[in-house]
Design a protein around this ligand. Structure first.
Ligand SMILES: Cc1cc2nc3c(=O)[nH]c(=O)nc-3n(C[C@H](O)[C@H](O)[C@H](O)COP(=O)(O)OP(=O)(O)OC[C@H]3O[C@@H](n4cnc5c(N)ncnc54)[C@H](O)[C@@H]3O)c2cc1C
Length: 400
């Protein structure tokens, strides 16, 4: 897309210059509006022009043709593939089937060939592999160079990346290099078959609306998706995927950092993403000391402790425990919300849990709308009672 000024219509009134927040228009010596390179195509000048002298020109198809297929970036750390990559392979399969195109994965790393075998256990058609010792740990520069090379060669129309810390760094840099659009933190992906466009849905305006974002003129269409938003796909037993071995184009000289050591982030030891059971506390828990009760319940159930932002912002529990739009997205088998009202931003991070139990003294609390089981009552009575009963049952089953 580009802005075009119809010189014959422009009267040089300068209104477009005044409204442009980016100083991207000036009046030329001939007193005609001239669009500068800093233009971001926001379109405010189009609306401001009383003479309709500025138009948005659409370069139909030119940059969007010649791209075919769906590609998933396979993320790994310490030789372990992140489960979000498998979740994206599941979603990618669905999108590729709708478009009737192949699903491809790109794996780069030291030992990438072995990781490709693991990826091949899922329903994927092709796997592009770059295996090189200097790619053992993720670093933006070499990884983006390799991905750019693969994408320029195989030209997928869609690229999916996990919205993890690593994925967010990688996706932004890659989209910039490819000069294409990127929709971050999608919670839904679908296809507009008529236009062959990726429908990228994500919360916007503080989670108050769900926006569906399109990337009609650039390719590939790129999205990041948070872990646990998409379901895990089943493994398949069909013939393996076609492995394409690619020579690395980056070298150790592309490593801009030397990694001396990995120090475990103790705040990050909360394994919310992998927990099957999460007991979460909100403002209703009233103070940091009362989280002890939730840790006890989580411990007897074999789960982890989550929290609402209100509890985190109050300094009652570290951020690593926060569930929601600006915290972790979780998808446990059981989510127990204690003293959490159920604000939309909290629901955004937990509503796809298999079973939701809400404990709240307010029968009108919105959390009950998503809960499978609701307990209207004082959590300071309900939670200790649940702990007591679970312990009692465990003791009985240990005896029998
Ligand atoms: C841009 C943005 C991003 C956000 N991101 C997040 C996010 O990631 N995660 C998140 O959680 N929030 C997020 N929020 C904040 C969100 O809007 C809510 O403010 C927050 O979730 C409220 O937390 P809460 O439910 O613990 O507190 P409250 O809304 O105050 O609810 C407390 C609940 O506890 C109940 N209660 C009180 N005492 C008891 C008792 N003794 N027994 C039982 N129940 C009791 C009350 O009835 C009430 O329902 C975000 C907000 C914005 C604007």
């Amino acid at each position: 897309m580009a802005l075009k000024v119809i010189k014959e219509r422009c009267t040089g009134c300068g209104l477009c210059v005044q409204v442009c927040p980016y100083n991207a228009i000036k009046l030329s010596d001939e007193n005609v509006a001239e669009i500068l390179e800093s233009c971001i195509l926001c379109g405010q000048c189009i609306e401001a022009c009383p003479m309709k002298a500025i138009l948005m020109e659409e370069k139909h198809g030119e940059e969007a043709t010649g791209y075919r297929g769906v590609m998933v970036f396979v993320e790994h750390e310490f030789g372990r593939i992140n489960h979000v990559s498998f979740e994206l392979l599941g979603k990618g399969r669905e999108l590729a089937d709708k478009l009737m195109v192949p699903l491809c994965a790109m794996v780069m790393g030291d030992g990438a060939k072995d990781m490709a075998k693991e990826v091949g256990a899922y329903d994927v058609d092709e796997i592009c592999v770059v295996d090189a010792p200097h790619l053992r740990e993720y670093q933006t520069n070499p990884y983006v160079r390799e991905a750019e090379n693969i994408i320029n060669e195989y030209r997928p129309e869609i690229v999916l990346i996990g919205a993890t810390t690593l994925g967010r760094d990688f996706a932004g840099a890659l989209a910039t290099r490819l000069e294409t659009g990127l929709t971050a933190d999608c919670t839904g992906l679908d296809i507009d078959l008529e236009k062959r466009l990726l429908l990228q849905t994500r919360p916007a305006f503080g989670g108050n609306i769900m926006a569906t974002i399109l990337c009609p003129y650039k390719r590939p269409q790129m999205s990041t998706v948070r872990p646990k938003v998409m379901p895990m796909p089943e493994k398949v037993t069909k013939d393996g995927a076609h492995i394409i071995e690619i020579e690395p184009i980056s070298t150790p000289k592309d490593l801009l950092l030397s990694i001396l050591d990995f120090i475990k982030d103790t705040a990050g030891t909360v394994n919310l993403a992998d927990a099957d059971i999460i007991v979460s506390g909100g403002r209703g828990i009233k103070g940091p000391e009362n989280f002890k009760m939730l840790f006890e319940l989580a411990q007897v159930l074999g789960g982890a402790v989550g929290a609402s932002r209100a509890a985190v912002d109050s300094g009652w529990i570290p951020y690593a425990h926060q569930v929601g739009q600006t915290g972790r997205t979780v998808r446990p088998k059981l989510y127990i919300a204690c003293g959490i009202s159920g604000a939309i931003q909290h629901l955004a991070g937990m509503q796809t849990s298999d079973i939701i139990v809400a404990i709240n003294k307010d029968p009108e609390a919105p959390i009950f709308k998503v809960a499978n089981y609701g307990i209207v009552g004082d959590l300071f009575k309900v939670v200790p009672e649940i702990i007591r009963q679970v312990k009692e049952r465990k003791a009985k089953s240990a005896v029998s």
